[in-house]
Design a binder for this molecule. Structure first.
Ligand code: NCD
Length: 357
């Protein structure tokens, strides 16, 4: 694999991604053969934000490969509570561990961490931005359940604005040809413009709709998501969105027999429990595919023995990112890094937000 860090799954070429998926399948078929594959290696999980599945999935993945784990899931029990910067934490842990999985509420954190760590960084979720290993989970599931990653009509329903799993999944699936995204949300929770721009520039297409019932008959895949309560300004705003989309048996009547239902979990109430017993529901199998996907990713990333931290970067522009959720807002030493996006527009290289100059 060419890239040292995985901030998004699109950091991997198609060939690299497919080889990780195939390795995941080989491990699933014969786990004993890989039980010592990462013997002597240490994974650090730095979780600045709550998680059950992702953190345990990473830890189980490393333990099943014969490696060991360190880390925290409550930053208040670490030096972060004393005011330690992300840069210092990552520099130190990058010296201890062989590989780091990091989750943080601020967008762009994994990109920032990758600038200081000697050990490879895996983005385990950065605010509402990206979540590449959930996407790996999703594509391992699709590859096995659909037999292809191309020419699929994929409905994504729920919080498309704040759902990082949605952003990462669209980014990756729009690199495969012929996929069509049906974006099902309220007007308040539509997908960010930068994700639409990615689809427009690809060989895929999208439509935006407001009715799950109307969209369902044409879908090959339905990706349900929860409304991301923790990313709302107020409880009132959240309550307005909660419960708008619920997948139940009645709606499923009009779906294809071959449709697959995915969900990154945790589920709140957007999928009725009755649906769990429908053979199209794959969200629990998806978590198992995800563990094997993470095992394959860890193994592949550890093949590379590059432990040199990235060279120091200088600010590209004399501006700061205007996204209040960007990691550059709290970690002030980070250089301002932008890509020119035409006209007066800059794209932040940490969080992908647009800043007007
Ligand atoms: C997702 C996440 O953390 O973004 N969960 C996960 O990783 N399994 C989805 C979510 O929290 O809604």
């Amino acid at each position: 694999m060419k890239t040292k860090h995985v901030v998004d799954l699109t950091d991997l070429t198609h060939e690299e991604l497919l080889s990780v998926i195939r390795l995941a399948n080989r491990i699933r078929e014969n786990p004993e053969a890989y039980a010592q594959a990462c013997r002597g290696k240490i994974l650090a999980t730095l979780f600045y934000e709550p998680s059950t599945r992702t953190q345990m999935s990473f830890q189980t993945a490393m333990l099943r490969l014969g490696g060991r784990i360190i880390g925290f899931d409550n930053p208040q029990n670490s030096s972060v509570a004393k005011g330690e910067s992300l840069k210092d934490t990552v520099t130190v842990v990058g010296g201890y561990a062989d590989i780091i999985a990091i989750r943080h509420p601020s967008e762009g954190t994994a990109a920032a961490a990758s600038m200081y760590s000697a050990a490879p960084i895996i983005n385990a979720g950065d605010g509402g931005h990206l979540h590449p290993t959930q996407t790996l989970t999703d594509v391992v599931t699709l590859y096995n359940e659909m037999g292809t990653l191309e020419n699929l009509t994929i409905g994504l329903c729920g919080d498309l604005k704040n759902g990082r799993t949605v952003h990462s999944l669209i980014k990756t699936m729009s690199t495969f040809k012929g996929n069509r995204f049906v974006l099902i949300s309220t007007p308040e929770l539509t997908i960010p413009q930068y994700i639409k721009d990615i689809i427009i520039a690809s060989e895929c297409s999208f439509t935006q709709v407001r009715s799950l019932a109307q969209a369902i008959p044409e879908l090959d895949v339905l990706y349900m998501t929860r409304i991301q309560r923790e990313r709302f300004g107020s409880e009132e705003e959240y309550q307005k969105q909660n419960g708008v989309f619920v997948l139940d048996k009645a709606k499923l009547k009009n779906a294809k027999k071959t449709m697959r239902i995915l969900h990154p979990l945790p589920r709140v109430d957007e999928i009725d429990v009755e649906v769990d017993y429908d053979e199209r529901a794959k969200y629990f199998e998806q978590t198992v595919y995800g563990m094997y996907g993470r095992m394959a990713l860890i193994m592949t990333m550890l093949e590379k023995s590059d432990r040199t931290p990235a060279p120091r970067l200088r600010s590209t522009h004399p501006f700061s990112c205007s996204n209040p959720r960007c990691i550059t807002q709290s970690e002030k030493y980070l250089p301002a890094l932008f890509r020119e996006a035409g006209g007066d527009m800059l794209l932040c290289r940490y969080c992908d937000s647009r800043t007007l100059i």
